[in-house]
Design a binder for this molecule. Structure first.
Ligand code: MV4
Length: 450
């Protein structure tokens, strides 16, 4: 492998360019017309404009991306996260073009993309899944029968959804019937597949995920777990590692089961196994994310590994050194700083960035694409920067994160910085014992601590 095309933009494009450079590889950027001043265009060794600002015409434009790879003679493509990073057809077309898709095989992407099939594979590996239907619900009669068996509240999920898309919580038969009709239509429109399945709804779980890594020779490793319960409308706001509020025994079991699941998928590359952990620390698999995730840095900061470099090495036939991932040190917190207006229900904010100062120092990492004068456009996601802070204990990492946030001083766009500061000062968060309902409850109130 000599040259990687990064089929993405923003901070993850810069993150991949940096990792490729450290491996002595050359890099190719792609960009839309709206992104001509973006840093990834400047830092890559080559850059190709592949279309207008609409993602469908540019970052999701498969022929244009493959064309750029052919023209630049790139022998690998890194998809990043979002866009087509989990699209089996993208991986297939790369395989067909002799281009090394840096990620799992198209077969694995196909399996992981089918949330019903994924649960079947996990169950066969002996790991608990959320009680629910074992195949798609065909019609309303079967739906009614299964619902009685599972007991309300229930949750309807799209078989090809994931990440909260196409999910509908239902607490009685009327909501179930109405929800089934509307959510299968939405799923058909969004994912091209309307198949739905049903699960018992766990009302107050923690959302804990385990980072796994596997090479092409059947070596598997985990890089610990991440606590991702601080979410708003399925957008993660703060993530941390290791997960607070679970016992050491549960932690070990989650990690072991994640490896079992990776084996059952015959997984290669980086992947994340998602679990829900209830108040009694019973945990259930919900889905496998077959891509690098936004929040991967918190796992890097407590183990000292460079997951993107390792992912590239594995794609190039490199062997995994499982011992490399076993020394956990300290605590790490990631704040996703978004260009959003808290006074307007966190709607995206656009404008020209003016930087007064940015945080730095021991254990303070900022993964960002912004620079003074760059325009924040409203066409893509609102992530401006990931502030990742690490320290010896969770308590002093929270303290360091607060002081680092206070040094993140930019103007020209609205941000969710104040929300981060409020959350980090909030007693439920500071206790480490919070669940997926924490943030909605916090925002539902005055948004400030009582
Ligand atoms: C669930 C659940 C409760 N019960 N499934 C959210 C996205 C995807 N990763 C799976 N998710 C969930 N699945 C069952 N059976 C709770 C979540 C969930 C969630 C649900 C509603 C609102 C916010 C949430 C945040 C994290 C996880």
């Amino acid at each position: 492998m000599d040259k990687i095309l990064i089929a993405n933009r923003g901070e993850i494009a810069l993150r991949i360019i940096e990792a490729a450079r450290e491996l002595g590889l050359s890099t190719v950027a792609i960009y839309s017309e709206a992104d001509k001043n973006q840093l990834h265009v400047e830092l890559a060794d080559e850059a190709y404009c592949i279309g207008p600002r609409e993602a469908e015409e540019s970052y999701l434009n498969l022929p244009a991306i493959i064309g750029a790879a052919d023209i630049s003679n790139a022998d690998a493509i890194h998809p990043g996260y979002g866009f087509m990073s989990e699209n089996p057809h993208f991986a297939e077309v790369c395989e067909g073009h002799g281009i090394n898709f840096i990620g799992p095989s198209s077969e694995t992407l196909q399996l992981a993309g089918n949330k019903i099939k994924s649960k079947e594979i996990v169950k066969s590996a002996g790991v608990q899944v959320v009680p629910g239907t074992e195949e798609a619900v065909e019609n309303k009669d079967r739906l009614k029968a299964k619902a009685e068996e599972l007991r309300y509240p229930l949750i309807l999920k799209a078989a090809y959804g994931g990440g909260g898309r196409g999910m509908r919580i239902v607490k009685d038969e009327d909501e179930l019937m109405e929800g089934f009709t509307s959510s299968s239509k939405e799923a058909q429109a969004s994912f091209g597949e309307g198949a739905m399945y049903l699960e018992r709804y766990l009302p107050n779980p923690k959302h804990v995920e385990v980072q796994v890594i596997a090479d092409e020779d059947g070596n598997y490793g985990h890089v610990g777990e991440r606590e991702c319960s601080t979410q708003r409308r399925h957008q993660k706001i703060i993530e941390e590692a290791p997960a607070p509020g679970i016992s050491g025994e549960t932690r070990e079991q989650l990690r072991e089961d994640a490896i079992k699941i990776a084996r059952a998928f015959n997984y290669t590359s980086l992947g994340t196994v998602e679990f829900l952990v209830d108040e009694d620390e019973n945990y259930y698999f919900i889905e496998l994310n077959a891509r690098i995730q936004v929040e991967h840095p918190v796992s890097e900061e407590i183990t000292g590994v460079n997951l993107v470099k390792d992912q590239i090495k594995i794609a190039d036939g490199g062997e995994l050194d499982p011992d490399k991932y076993n020394n956990f040190q300290g605590h790490a917190i990631e704040c996703r700083i978004n260009a959003e207006d808290p006074e307007r229900d966190f709607l995206p904010s656009a404008g020209d960035i003016k930087i007064r100062q940015l945080p730095g120092g021991n254990g303070v990492r900022l993964d960002t694409w912004i620079y003074n004068g760059i325009t924040v456009s409203p066409y893509y996601d609102s992530l401006l920067a990931k502030l990742i802070v690490s320290g010896d204990t969770r308590y002093d990492t929270i303290t360091k994160t607060i002081s680092a946030l206070r040094r993140f001083e930019i103007s020209g766009v609205k941000t969710n910085k104040a929300l981060h500061l409020d959350l980090l000062r909030q007693k439920e968060f500071r206790s480490g014992n919070y669940s997926i309902t924490f943030l909605e409850r916090f925002l539902g109130g005055s948004g400030r601590e009582a």
